[in-house]
Design a protein around this ligand. Sequence first.
Ligand SMILES: Cc1cc2nc3c(=O)[nH]c(=O)nc-3n(C[C@H](O)[C@H](O)[C@H](O)COP(=O)(O)OP(=O)(O)OC[C@H]3O[C@@H](n4cnc5c(N)ncnc54)[C@H](O)[C@@H]3O)c2cc1C
Length: 451
Amino acid sequence: MVDIAAIEKLRVTMRGAVLCPGQDGYNTARTIPNAMIDRRPTVIARCTGAADVIACVCFARDHDMVVAVRGGGHSVAGKSVCDGGIMIDLSTMKGIRVDPARRTVRAETGLTLGEFDRETQAFGLATTLGVVSKTGIAGLTLGGGWGHLHAKYGLALDNVIGADVVTADGRLLTVNVNENEDLFWGVRGGGGNFGIVTSLEYRSHELGPVFGGTVFYPASKAEEVLRFFREYSETIPDELVIQCGSFTTPDNTPVFAVAACYCGVPSEGEKVLKPLRTFGPPVADAMSAMSYLQLQSMFDPFFPPGRHTYVKSNFIRALDEQAIRAIAGFAGKSPSRFTFAPFIEHWHGAATRVGVADTAFPHRQYPYNLMLWSNWESPSEADENIKWTRSCWEALHPFLIEGSYGNYVADEGDSFACAAYGPNYDRLVGLKNKYDPSNFFRMNHNIKPTA
Ligand SMILES: Cc1cc2nc3c(=O)[nH]c(=O)nc-3n(C[C@H](O)[C@H](O)[C@H](O)COP(=O)(O)OP(=O)(O)OC[C@H]3O[C@@H](n4cnc5c(N)ncnc54)[C@H](O)[C@@H]3O)c2cc1C
């Protein structure tokens, strides 16, 4: 137990608010978008900058508290909030400075993707982030960052050129190719295992309007769409990113849709995307030239906060005929009309040309990532939806590799975490031994120290 006097002392030290149960704002601050997660930290510290973060780390260490770190709060595993302990909340740290001459962006880690994109687009620039604008840049980038620009410019973490990290001993370290290079390698894929990242510096790229959107086919055509998707994906240029899958439209129609973004000249994108829009009669075609900001918020209405979410995900070994038939068999079958499953992201281009050991993020060689992203509204629907997601995953398991993209999975225990880091795991354990030997930062897909 932490006594009230100690919390009061932290409150006086901090520039940001310190909230305890019963205080105004406490319940809002502990609530994350995934309603499956309902936890009550002893203290929530809303940091305003690195000094607050250092104060929180020292406080947690002195009182032997569990630490959860919240960026955008979108961890589907609920890792950004703890029961008891301290939630170090970075979500009000929204400083950002774009340097148009160097095409770099220094961003604090409470920013969401939408906030980041808005600032960079003011200068006609962008970098790879995810595809739902309310997601936090921090968790997304530290764990990977697949999005509409990954094939042209690499994953979000491939664009990181530096970071400030508060380590378990309360130091603030600058990491980049010249300083603390080992930690620079580790934060690009190791999630929050080594410290609290207070700001990230990104490379950015010129980007004007794009051509993209979604084309919808009936769920019953899933097999044909998947077959076309596989063949088409083998031919596309780095400018184009595609994904496909099963979901239900707001008017309750089960569809198997393909979403796309072409980030080169829009008129060229229209030509490149023609085969995708004409290979069969679609139910609807919502593709056009649009601003990048419009495209980046296209999925937002499908992911409102407050739904219950359970996700399983693994890369597909080979999208062969057998796999296609098995995946298509689950299209339109989820018990919930808010679910996106089965869904497949295509990974290619620049992100897959980075070496497995060049960053801590190992997933560079499998082009198709399967997601079973189940969402529902009422707690009473949990059993049915989790059971369906697991049975779908069991049936598809023979077609999947062991490792998965950690940002997409619920809490599945230690062996899962180990597989998620793949061949980089042992090197990551070495870094953990060096920077966090007591496993102070363990609310994450955890790399266990052995020292
Ligand atoms: C609706 C939705 C859409 C998504 N779309 C995509 C997508 O298109 N592409 C993609 O790649 N991923 C996507 N994701 C997955 C997303 O990348 C992860 O959920 C990611 O963890 C979210 O980051 P966050 O900062 O919002 O989450 P948080 O829950 O705040 O954090 C996630 C993890 O990172 C740690 N962390 C957060 N900030 C810091 C920090 N500053 N320093 C150290 N550790 C920190 C947390 O402790 C936690 O372990 C999506 C998730 C959701 C829910």
